[in-house]
Design a protein around this ligand. Structure first.
Ligand SMILES: [Fe+2]
Length: 255
């Protein structure tokens, strides 16, 4: 059910492996603003050791800052600001003990559903930058309340960042819908792995088109595990890597 919800096929992910490149350098991006590095609270790092492995991989790729974004999704990962901050502290303590140095803080990747609407009314959201909030929704169908939620976020003073728009399959045949997000004042965040083809050809085609049309604002690793890290390393030196160079992503402003 969960893999269906996210439109990912585990077998496809397991088959995907580019040759490794230990010299990958993503330093020009500055900050990564989408990842799942906090241990045991979502489908990313399972243990603190996993967290450290992934954070060390980010340092190795030249990142200067990490804003990690655990899922907040009532049915699967009922995280709160408290669970997120506690897990972040655990990671910071382990980083200090192991002499791993990179600025790290936590925001969240909020899943748009009825419970998110309630949350919006009851407590402050964790932000990527100023009032910018990372949101995602079902990859299989368009939530009926999607634009209502976006309006309510904006009325509350937030600026929605739509996580990985290229992965919402129901928009693929309706490309103008992507412009609608921009027209309605949202920002859009590209998953770097989409450009690598990690999620399949169809998603890569859409990501390439959105990127070439300049419709993205941020890019993020959306890293959950080492296979993701290895794919990012392997992109360096490829034509896909070159597509990121010179693109005016806002990431560097986060450092
Ligand atoms: Fe994510």
């Amino acid at each position: 059910m969960f893999s269906k919800l996210f439109g990912r096929k585990k077998e496809e992910r397991d088959r995907f492996e580019l040759p490794r490149n230990e010299h990958a350098n993503w330093a020009f991006l500055g900050a990564d603003m989408h990842s799942h590095f906090l241990p045991g609270i979502d489908d990313g790092a399972k243990t603190v050791e996993d967290s450290l492995t992934l954070i060390k991989a980010m340092i190795g790729m030249g990142y200067k800052q990490i804003i990690t974004t655990p899922h907040v999704m009532i049915d699967y990962y009922p995280n709160t600001t408290q669970t997120i901050q506690a897990a972040l502290q655990q990671v910071k303590d382990a980083m200090a003990a192991n002499n791993i140095n990179i600025p790290i803080r936590a925001a969240a990747e909020y899943y748009i559903d009825e419970s998110f609407m309630k949350l919006l009314d009851t407590e402050p959201l964790l932000t990527i930058h100023e009032k910018q909030v990372l949101v995602e929704f079902s990859m299989m169908y368009e939530p009926p309340m999607l634009f209502d939620v976006i309006k309510r976020m904006q009325a509350a003073g937030y600026l929605p960042i739509i996580a990985h728009p290229e992965r919402y399959l129901f928009f693929h045949k309706d490309f103008h819908r992507y412009k609608e997000f921009r027209d309605r004042g949202c920002l859009m965040q590209l998953n770097m792995l989409s450009i690598a083809g990690y999620y399949g050809k169809n998603i890569k085609v859409i990501a390439d088109e959105l990127l070439s049309k300049g419709l993205y604002d941020y890019t993020g690793s959306d890293m959950h595990h080492e296979r993701h890290a290895n794919t990012l390393k392997a992109m360096a030196g490829t034509r896909d890597y070159d597509k990121f160079i010179g693109y005016p992503f806002l990431n560097s402003r986060l450092v």
